[in-house]
Design a protein around this ligand. Structure first.
Ligand code: NAD
Ligand code: IPM
Ligand code: MN
Length: 364
């Protein structure tokens, strides 16, 4: 196995967490005799500062020439007054668009060890295991026209979907549901929005091809509540772009921290892998960031782009083991009745590497 990975670490805690993810991947590759080659390119705020654009052409070219892209995070408070198309976030949206992946898979599951860190009661979240399938290239993020007209004091965005865009992402979600617990919840706002009516009608049509999967529909507002009340009832959750952005961050509450959640974007020319959290300016540069979401994102690269299922599972098992042993980054030690050992970003990365080495050695 020889895989070329482009690393776009970005801003804030992006470089801190991707460094740890890359180190874990290198460790796993070395043990298994696989060749992973890493190249780094700029994106986001660092690219604005250095290259004058949030997405330099050479970053796009290198991404398209790679087998997988690992992104850290983009964004920083110093860019907050820029218009949307000049901001760091525009670099990420441009990269997503160039790579063409339209199905963003965001697994969210409750680690038993982290139940104490969640504001939800353990008996509510125990066993929760949800896979969000978020449409990533349509809706309000990309719809035209969009503008803030400062003269008239009006601003508008366009929420637009085509049937074909809904069909392709729905198929991915149904296929995944078929391999899981065979339940699909489609989220919309069909009581108000035409785009959601198209969404719902199309999902019902696609469902006919997947008779083994039970389909239900939820309005997004109710879904936000159901997720907190009864997260165990959901298997695959299919959403349009903005609803998925919001609900997947909310699901960080089930897991115990936003810093735990990975993602993989599939369906395009090159898969894009990114933890779902942002650049966390409030903790950047202090080695306080939880690298586990980025490390679990690395596992998704091995699973979806390298076919290395055993190695991906070993990384996931190592994360669980490290948590079982009581090691925590500060975000995971909000309450500390059990006297956890609090580690910084690099120490947590080192623990996972040490553990994955032991696990893979034991399985050889
Ligand atoms: P955020 O996800 O960066 O942070 C939200 C909260 O969660 C903060 O308190 C932060 O400290 C905490 N947090 C996030 N990741 C963590 C980790 N790995 N370990 C420990 N704590 C963690 O969201 P925000 O503050 O709303 O946004 C900050 C910037 O990040 C903005 O510019 C935003 O646009 C950008 N952003 C980028 C991405 C991305 O690049 N994929 C995703 C979300 C937000
Ligand atoms: C995410 C982020 C991005 C999004 C931003 C930074 C463009 O919030 O990946 O969840 O909204 O998709
Ligand atoms: Mn988000």
């Amino acid at each position: 196995m020889n895989l070329k990975i482009l690393v776009t670490a970005g801003d804030g805690i992006g470089p801190e967490v991707t460094n740890e993810a890359v180190a874990v991947l290198q460790e796993v590759a070395q043990i298994g005799g696989h060749t992973l080659t890493f190249e780094a390119k700029r994106i986001g705020g660092i690219a604005i500062t250095t290259d004058g654009t949030p997405l330099p052409a050479e970053t796009v070219a290198a991404a398209l020439a790679s087998d997988a892209v690992l992104l850290g995070a983009v964004g920083g408070n110093e860019f907050n007054s820029l218009p949307p198309d000049k901001r760091p976030e525009a670099g990420l949206l441009g990269l997503r668009s160039a790579l063409g992946g339209f199905a963003n898979l965001r697994p969210a599951f409750a680690f038993k060890e982290l139940a104490v860190n969640s504001p939800l009661r353990p008996e509510i979240i125990d066993g929760a295991d949800i896979l969000f399938v978020r449409e990533l290239l349509g809706g309000l993020y990309f719809g035209q026209p969009r503008e803030w007209n400062k003269t008239t004091g009006e601003a508008w965005n366009t929420m637009r979907y085509t049937k074909a865009e809904v069909v392709r992402v729905a198929k991915v979600a149904f296929e995944l549901a078929q391999k899981r617990r065979k339940k699909l919840t489609s989220v919309d706002k069909a009581n108000v929005l035409e785009t959601s009516q198209l969404w719902r009608a199309t999902v019902i049509e696609v469902a006919a091809e997947f008779p083994g999967v039970t389909l239900e529909h939820q309005y997004v507002d109710a879904m936000a509540m159901h997720l907190m009340n009864r997260p165990r009832d959901f298997d695959v959750v299919l959403t349009e772009n903005l609803f998925g952005d919001i609900l997947s961050d909310e699901s960080g509450v089930i897991t115990g921290s936003l810093g735990m959640l990975p993602s993989a974007t599939v369906g395009g020319k090159v898969n894009l892998y990114e933890p779902i959290h942002g650049s966390a300016p409030d903790i950047a540069g202090k080695s306080l960031a939880n690298p586990l979401g980025a490390i679990l994102t690395g596992a998704l690269i091995l699973r979806h782009s390298a076919g290395l299922e055993a190695e991906a599972a070993a990384i996931e098992a190592s994360v669980r083991k490290v948590l079982e042993q009581g090691f925590r980054t500060p975000d995971l030690a909000r309450t500390n009745p059990q006297g956890f050992t609090v580690l910084n970003t690099q120490q947590m990365g080192a623990k996972v590497r040490e553990t994955v080495k032991q696990l893979l050695a034991a399985s050889c």
